[in-house]
Design a protein around this ligand. Structure first.
Ligand SMILES: Cc1ncc(COP(=O)(O)O)c(C=O)c1O
Length: 437
């Protein structure tokens, strides 16, 4: 079997004769188009490394025993997961398919963090055999662990618990979409936490070694992390101080946001200062401080990908202008929010000077397939390319192969371009191993 490295080295794009320093040069994009098709994603590997280093430096400089668990679901392209693993990240997975991907990529199973609300007995047995880090989300999983412990009485079983508590600020919900309570984790306020704690602590070969507290908040503010970290530390100190190995504050932090979004968001340093400050205080004097785990998804990858789509035509309906591209809203914002992403137009002909108002629309037959609304700029022309930035998080993994096959994914690293996912073919789209013809 070919290794990943060999596979992508073979598929390097020949850019001889082209000035390579400009990633978004028309000639380069056109060359990539000829090889991979007229729409594709482009990963900037260097940017990914930069994000990793920035997060790592912000936290490790304040709390040494720090672990990044990259949230696979945000974007589980194998090349990317492997690169992050190489940099030192653990794999944070929330399904067996993600777990198996981590194993397939050669991840050390003790560096896999298995979260998520749905795990089967078989999943739990497998992960426990592998000595992965497992955070139980619900009571039904406790029975699976108990069963495993009974059958493996000579083995010490380490387990983590995802806990659920109120993180509202001044009586107002901090959760995404304004939900009053989060549906994840074991509730600390209604007796479930005591039940789980007592049940597991009764079994002599089970040790509760960690607490996990991911909350998806609407404004990703530092204050929420203060609340989460304090509560996790307090629960840990009161209940599992003898066995404690880690505090996992989950993901959900902001990454570097494009300037055009005009948002004043916390920096990695702001988050690190708050979270690590609390960890240092709470565990001052501890002989061995617990590890601090952070599970960034969006912050790690959002700004590492762009989507490039060729302009097919520009048409006018009454007095509205529509620029049709070889792409769809699903490729850039599957949630179909109305905010325009940061964009660039790469023009073949730079002479067009008059500015107009136009929409950028996609190939599907849905009226709402708008990749961008009401742009005012020089009208793009046939064969120009539009680059949609900041599409690395919850985009490629959400892409339905709807109407058209999925586009390829190319990576750029030190002025080299290579494919990391080929464009889908009709045989893969209608995979004969799963469809019955
Ligand atoms: C358990 C867990 N960890 C990490 C993440 C990553 O979150 P984000 O992409 O907002 O950093 C999520 C996202 O929902 C999550 O559920």
């Amino acid at each position: 079997m070919k290794t990943l490295v060999n596979a992508h080295m073979e598929s390097k794009v020949d850019l001889s004769g082209i000035e390579k320093n400009q990633t978004y040069d028309y000639k380069i994009i056109n060359k990539l188009d000829q090889k991979y098709g007229s729409s594709f994603y482009l990963l900037n590997v260097n940017k990914l490394r930069e994000n990793y280093k920035k997060i790592e430096n912000a936290f490790r400089s304040r709390y040494e025993n720090f672990i990044i668990g990259y949230s696979y679901k945000t974007n589980y392209i194998p090349f990317l997961c492997k690169e992050l693993s190489r940099l030192g990240a653990y794999a944070e997975v929330v399904s067996r398919i993600e777990y198996d991907l981590a194993i397939k990529l050669g991840e050390d199973p003790t560096r896999i963090i298995f979260n998520g609300p749905l795990k089967s007995q078989n999943d739990i047995n497998y992960a426990l055999n592998n000595e992965s880090i497992i955070n139980l989300d619900s009571i039904y999983e406790v029975d699976f662990v108990k069963d495993y412990a009974m059958k493996n009485q000579n083995k010490l079983i380490k387990i983590g618990l995802r806990v659920n508590f109120d993180i509202s600020q001044n009586g107002e919900s901090s959760l995404q979409e304004g939900y009053k309570v989060s549906r994840f984790g074991i509730c600390v306020e209604n007796g479930n936490w005591e039940y789980v704690l007592n049940t597991l602590q009764e079994i002599k070969n089970i040790k509760i070694v960690g607490l996990h507290g991911h909350f998806s908040t609407k404004n990703r503010c530092v204050e929420s992390y203060r609340t989460i970290t304090k509560k996790l530390c307090a629960l840990a100190r009161e209940n599992i101080s003898d066995s404690l190995e880690y505090i996992d504050v989950g993901g959900g932090i902001y990454g570097e946001i494009p300037k055009s979004f005009n948002m004043n968001t916390p920096t990695f340093e702001d988050y690190a200062e708050a979270i690590c400050g609390i960890m240092n205080n709470e565990f001052e004097g501890f002989e061995k401080k617990p590890s601090l785990i952070l599970e960034p998804g969006m912050a790690m990858v959002a700004n590492t990908f762009v989507f490039i789509a060729k302009v097919i035509e520009t048409k006018t309906v009454r007095d509205e202008k529509f620029v049709l591209v070889d792409g769809s809203v699903h490729n850039v914002k599957p949630t179909m929010h109305k905010k325009n992403l940061p964009m660039r137009i790469i023009r073949e002909n730079k002479d067009i000077k008059t500015r107009e108002r136009f929409n950028i629309v996609g190939y599907t037959c849905m009226e709402k397939d708008y990749l961008a609304h009401e742009i005012i700029a020089e009208l793009p022309q046939k064969d120009d390319y539009i680059i949609f930035e900041n599409v690395g998080a919850y985009t490629i993994v959400f892409n339905p192969p709807f109407i058209k096959e999925r586009p390829g994914i190319i990576a750029t690293d030190n002025n080299e371009f290579f494919v990391i996912r080929k464009k889908e073919t009709i045989r893969q789209f209608f995979n004969e191993e799963i469809y019955c013809f």
